[in-house]
Design a protein around this ligand. Structure first.
Ligand SMILES: [Zn+2]
Length: 258
């Protein structure tokens, strides 16, 4: 038996159970035929069970047993370990699709190990690359800084975030992003936790900080709203799957335990 993580673009194939819940197909044979065995990837096993992943060329539709689901909403349908494994599979498949040819000589890249490729002409080896991002909850007494980014899909508020630049530490990236996006200085920066963010190949590193000085001046190319919100008067906030929400919930805990 093996798990089959089958994607069409960023949509994942889920198996419907009779009780209305969902899972990932666990069987010897693939749930849907693949076109080329070389496109099937071996992913690190899950609890000792082999894991395979591949992309479909067409989505599965009108099927009694299977249905496609976006990776993000699959968080609400799968166990946490299956959702996290799906993210890993999607990252490998995406990386494979984006690195067909060698960046040095243009030769064809072939899988070398389960997590590396090698150019068949010059021997250049590559591994999946992460885009590292930082995200920070800034508190000021019983208020938190929340912002709405232009690229948010919903009408909710989140935390200041951005990509780490080459040559920067995580801490420098946090201070730079906060200054660029809001014009604020922060202090007492503390690491919270990190989270793989397979949309499509990120690692989010979460921090807490306290407001130090400055007035909010939003960077309008990135943000369309933002301000200080008291813990008991929050607007709509991000979904439970995100580290933004974990930071906010963890911050809220200290008011609710009083
Ligand atoms: Zn090459």
């Amino acid at each position: 038996m093996r798990y089959w993580f089958v994607f069409y673009k960023s949509d994942l194939l889920l198996e419907k159970r009779e009780d209305g819940t969902y899972t990932i197909p666990l069987q010897n044979e693939p749930p849907v035929a693949y076109s080329d065995e070389r496109d099937v990837h071996n992913i690190a096993p899950l609890n000792g069970v082999e894991v395979k992943a591949f992309y479909l060329k067409e989505p599965v539709v009108d099927n009694e047993r299977y249905e496609m689901c976006g990776l993000r909403p699959s968080f609400h349908k799968l166990s946490l370990e299956l959702y996290l494994k799906a993210g890993k599979c999607e990252e490998i498949l995406y990386w494979d699709s984006q690195t067909r040819y060698c960046g040095v000589c243009g030769g064809k890249m072939n899988m070398h190990t389960d997590i590396s490729k090698k150019c068949e002409c010059c021997g250049k080896e590559i591994w999946p690359q992460l885009s590292t991002a930082v995200i920070v909850l800034i508190q000021k007494g019983d208020e938190v800084l929340l912002v709405r980014a232009n690229n948010f899909r919903g009408n909710y508020y989140g935390l200041v975030a951005g990509f780490v630049e080459t040559g920067e530490t995580l801490e420098q990236a946090v201070r730079r992003e906060v200054m660029e996006e809001t014009g604020l200085s922060i202090k007492n920066l503390r690491y919270f936790a990190s989270q793989p963010w397979p949309y499509p190949c990120g690692l989010m590193c979460g921090f807490y900080a306290e407001y130090e000085s400055g007035d909010i001046k939003l960077q309008l190319s990135e943000l369309n709203a933002g301000g200080w919100f008291r813990y008991d008067k929050l607007p709509a906030i991000p979904d439970k799957l995100s580290i933004a929400r974990k930071l906010i919930d963890h911050w809220l805990d200290k008011f609710h335990t009083k």
